[in-house]
Each structure stands twice: as structure tokens, then as C-alpha cells.
Design a protein around this ligand. Structure first.
Ligand SMILES: [Zn+2]
Ligand SMILES: [Zn+2]
Length: 271
């Protein structure tokens, strides 16, 4: 039986940093043999300049698209409605209100910006301009602190792309999250205890092996809830790197990948 694979991190033009349409994403997902696709548009509370964004998210354009395509595609591929929440701890109460939408299946908790104490500037912007490794380590420290706060707040189903800052700093800095291993252990323990999960984000197929330390740590702590996400901002990246990712998960002792219905994980065997 073919594996039940689902891309649980995808963007369309509604996110603002993609030009894809949902139809293009669904067509591609079906073409590459995925059984399910979750739309996870950006709902960021801070922009790259560190300015506050509206704490109310208008789900209507999303719902409209989703409903339109449900009718024509429902018997070929499942399409679920999710959201990628960025820096939700800026206003946890407002976010909790927004997450009450009954159609919402899945929430990724991401951190794209530094804390407000660090002016909330985007990690991408900061990393691309960074010439000083010490500054990079400061950003990572701030990032881990924010993740601790996010896990306390609990406004997510899976922690989004934990290795996110490592994507963007100069490679010659040779950064890793190893210095924060103990604190990540506490973070992951809380994730597991609260019935939440972690995403394995392939970053459009470009990061697979970078996940080995975290995936190993999470599994050793008993973590089983994993979603697979390509973070595709273009249709051709839907499902990118999933074959390798599944192979890696198996080799590290994982038996399942998850999808979500109404914020509840469903397990699909990868054996
Ligand atoms: Zn993200
Ligand atoms: Zn994303």
C-alpha cells in the first residue's frame, strides 16, 4: 500500500510572500502522489521591520478558496485548513480568540522575528546582514527564550521549523543549536507532555540532514507526533524532500507521521 503522505506546511499568495494559488498547489500535490495537503498561510504578529501587525486574522479569503476547491478535489486529495502563526506570544490572548475558528484543523507555531525586547526585527533580515558570529549567538539565545515562552503559551499544534535561524546565517559561522541542547530538551519534553508535536520542515527540500540532532533528541524523549512540511512558497516545491525525510525518520526509529483534524493528530504508518 502506498504511504499516506501529507504536506503540512504550504503557502499561497494569501501569505504575501508567495505567488502560488491553491489550485496550483493541489494539482502539484496530487501529481507527486500526496494524499493530503494542508494550507498554512502566514499569520505573523510582527513584520521583518519589527512593526506590530494586526492581531485579528481575516480567514475569509482562505475559507472561500478552500470551500471552492473542496467540491472538485475532495475525492482525489484531502485539503485541510491550517495556519502558520508567527511570534504569537506578542499577543497570546488575541491569538487564542482567532484560533477558535471551527474549520481550523492545524496550527504551526513559528518564530520569524526576534523578541520585542530586541525590537522584533525579522530573523531573516538580521541574519542576512550579520557579519558577527557573537551577534548571531545572541539572536539564537533570544530565539530559544522565545520558544520557551511559546511552549508555555501553548498556542500551536506543532512547533514550526525549529532550525529556522540556521537557514539564514552565513555558513562560515558554523552555527548549530547544540549549545542550547539542555534547554531544547525541556522545550521538547513540554511539547510531548502537552500532546503537541514538532514539524520536520524540509525547507523546500533543502534541509534534511540538519534535522538529525533534533529528531534524535525528540525520539529519545518519546516524541512521536511529527508532521512533514515542505514550506513550499512555489508549487514545484510541494512535497519536496519527503522521500529522503521519510527514510531518515524510519532510520531514527519513527513509525508514524501525523495529519490533523480539528487540532487533533491522526497517525499514519511509515513502516
Ligand atoms: Zn515559517
Ligand atoms: Zn512557512
Amino acid at each position: 500500500m502506498p504511504l499516506y503522505l501529507a504536506d503540512y506546511h504550504t503557502h499561497t499568495y494569501i501569505s504575501g510572500d508567495s505567488r502560488s494559488t491553491l489550485l496550483e498547489n493541489i494539482t502539484q500535490a496530487h501529481r507527486v502522489g500526496l494524499s493530503e495537503l494542508c494550507m498554512t498561510e502566514h499569520w505573523n504578529l510582527l513584520n521583518q521591520k519589527g512593526e506590530r501587525l494586526p492581531t485579528h486574522y481575516d480567514f475569509s479569503p482562505l475559507l472561500q478558496q478552500w470551500e471552492q476547491l473542496q467540491d472538485t478535489w475532495a475525492n482525489r486529495i484531502q485539503v485541510r485548513l491550517g495556519i502558520e502563526l508567527g511570534n504569537s506570544t506578542v499577543d497570546t490572548a488575541a491569538v487564542e480568540e482567532g484560533l477558535k475558528l471551527p474549520e481550523l484543523d492545524f496550527v504551526i507555531g513559528s518564530l520569524h522575528s526576534m523578541s520585542l525586547a530586541r525590537d522584533g526585527v525579522g530573523i531573516f533580515t538580521c541574519a542576512k546582514a550579520c557579519t558577527d558570529r557573537t551577534l548571531a549567538l545572541d539572536v539564537l539565545e533570544d530565539y530559544i527564550q522565545q520558544m520557551e515562552a511559546l511552549v508555555e503559551a501553548g498556542t500551536f499544534d506543532v512547533l514550526g521549523h525549529i532550525i529556522y535561524p540556521l537557514r539564514y546565517f552565513p555558513t562560515q559561522f558554523q552555527l548549530s543549536l547544540e549549545p542550547w541542547q539542555d534547554r531544547l530538551e525541556e522545550i521538547l519534553k513540554k511539547v510531548i507532555e502537552s500532546g503537541k508535536g514538532m514539524e520536520f520542515n524540509t525547507s523546500q527540500g533543502s534541509t534534511i540532514r540538519q534535522w538529525i540532532p533534533l529528531l534524535t533528541q525528540y525520539r529519545a524523549l518519546g516524541g512521536e507526533i511529527i508532521t512533514l512540511g515542505s514550506d513550499a512558497h512555489r508549487p514545484e516545491y510541494i512535497g519536496a524532500g519527503f522521500d529522503q525525510a521519510v527514510e531518515l525518520l524510519r532510520s531514527l526509529g519513527y513509525r508514524w507521521v501525523c495529519t490533523y483534524r480539528q487540532r487533533t493528530p491522526k497517525f499514519h504508518s511509515i513502516m
